[in-house]
Design a binder for this molecule. Sequence first.
Ligand SMILES: Nc1ncnc2c1ncn2[C@@H]1O[C@H](COP(=O)(O)OP(=O)(O)OP(=O)(O)O)[C@@H](O)[C@H]1O
Length: 211
Amino acid sequence: MIIIDNLSFGYSDHKILSIPHFEVKESQHLMVLGSSGSGKTTLLHILGGLLAPKQGKVTIGETDIYSLSGSQRDKYRGQNIGLVFQKAHLISALSVQDNLLLAQYLAGMVQDKGRVKEVLSELGLGEKIKKSVRELSQGEQQRVTIARALLNRPRVILADEPTASLDDKNAQKVIQLLQSQAEQYKASLLIATHDQRVKDQFELQLNLATA
Ligand SMILES: Nc1ncnc2c1ncn2[C@@H]1O[C@H](COP(=O)(O)OP(=O)(O)OP(=O)(O)O)[C@@H](O)[C@H]1O
């Protein structure tokens, strides 16, 4: 569950976002739409606790995330928020398994090989666990980043243009995976996109051009 109240943000004096009130409930899936430069990435960064708003409140679950200290917020993010970016941001020299174990370590969690194996199998990557990332296709790498985002069973999944660099088939697969995994975890799912191929697939939409 995410609640946005009286949110505004701008870089320097240039106002980009102004959202009086918006909620995404547990298990709800939302498409964040808007033309290039409308603030989709900025909004996801604010909701992910990566960029403090100039004004307003972001509540995830019961937690007002910007009332936390920076280190508390990092910990909260690691344990409750799954982030998927357009680019994979994986360490290509490491194996798939080691990339995920590293993510657990960086989130301050116990490194759990069983959980890594489980989540990779759920995403159809069980066979790739020992492969180094550079041996994977782009679609497979994107699935590894989704696996990494889901490792800690997050209550919120934020995906920024997750299909931008994928072909039609992989784009559909990634959207379906994000939806089915979010359902499984009863997570709120937010996908920012201007990808025409996927933008009509969600009933709930927030259009930043008109927000
Ligand atoms: N670090 C920054 N400093 C100053 N301006 C920025 C910064 N990051 C983004 N902007 C500006 O803020 C606006 C919103 O950017 P943002 O990346 O959130 O848009 P977007 O909707 O995600 O765009 P796209 O679809 O092209 O990825 C743009 O005008 C951008 O130039």
